[in-house]
Design a binder for this molecule. Sequence first.
Ligand code: ASP
Ligand code: MG
Length: 417
Amino acid sequence: MALFVMKFGGSSVGDVERMQRVAKRIVEKKLDGHQCVVVVSAMGDTTDDLIDKAKLLNSTPPAREMDMLLTTGEQISVSLLSIAVHQLGHEAVSYTGWQAGFLTDQTHGKARIVDIDPARVKQSLDNGQIVIVAGFQGASDAGEITTLGRGGSDTTAVALAAAIQADVCEIYTDVDGIYSTDPRLVRCARKLNEISYDEMLELAHLGAAVLHPRAVEYAKHNKVCLVVRSSFNHNEGTTVKEEAVMEQGVVVSGIAYDKNVARISIMGVPDEPGVLATVFGKLADASIDVDIIVQSGVQDGTADFSFTTALDDRERALQVIESFRPQVPYHNVSSEVDLIKISIVGAGMVSHPGVAAKMFEVISKLGISIKMVSTSEIKVSCVISNYQLAEVVRALHTAYGLDTVEDVFVGGPQDRR
Ligand code: ASP
Ligand code: MG
């Protein structure tokens, strides 16, 4: 007997038939002699629909009320799923995040888990019940309901798996596992049997939507054995673990892309000590995440630099930059959108020279200029303009020897988060 956490994304429970299929899948696991804790997302596009409704009423809805609203999506899923399991003749019990013991900080909309007290979950397991927990939510110690950020149900699943020392945390989705790149873009993408936490972390941060980055961080930190697999078939899936076995000659494991990029350039900043600290300190104070930073030539005592940020943060970043102009005078500021950050990731890069050079060559052969570059031990990212995305991804996929002959079957509509 093993203890499983099984997480089902929104598309896996998108309608009543799918809900029934998930219920059967859980019961199957139970009949195999295992204990099951299930984490579910809101059905289909529920979360997006609720956000749209709120925005019709108020373009800047209060964060607390948004959490109140969005958590209902998961509450619908868990109760319906439990009802479906009962119909199959098995005992199930559904819990909200706070009933399952998720204590978070107060940050509405992107709360962090502070502690988990899984006493009720364990008690129900001991009673032989299937436990179904609402993903993406918790409560602060002031008793306020919070959410963990879009895509946060993955984090719920992994954190719960760590808290109850589950043997495996399975993330069920609409594709067979983690692919070398987005199979919707490259039909001959390859499914990876294994991938390391570090590679997965990079890929998740760099735009591969299949797993939430914080969930991977949690898994790495707590050494949770994570398996990503399809809810539409019984294929084996991808295991995310400490060290993955690398296929012979494969240096790059995955290619990710992120459309959520804006570039901001500040020209003619005084070239003095402390200026960069002030600029990025102010941006950090405004909770604006800055990604790639490039400083270009220093001339006449002034420097130019650019950085990238999320599209949503662009306006605010420009306001912050305007606000410190009296303290840090500069010539001008500009911003650019319609960009894409494309990244190659692979643990094998460390020991193979020329991996980045190949990426630059492939991109330049397509006649595309690279605007920014950033690297780490296991990744290289390039910012380019957006309009040839599919072509670039395909060319890189081929260049790094990742193409397979098969066509990937994509089971259903994409898990949105
Ligand atoms: N329903 C939430 C979202 O769409 C959480 C999740 O699906 O993981 O972001
Ligand atoms: Mg997801």
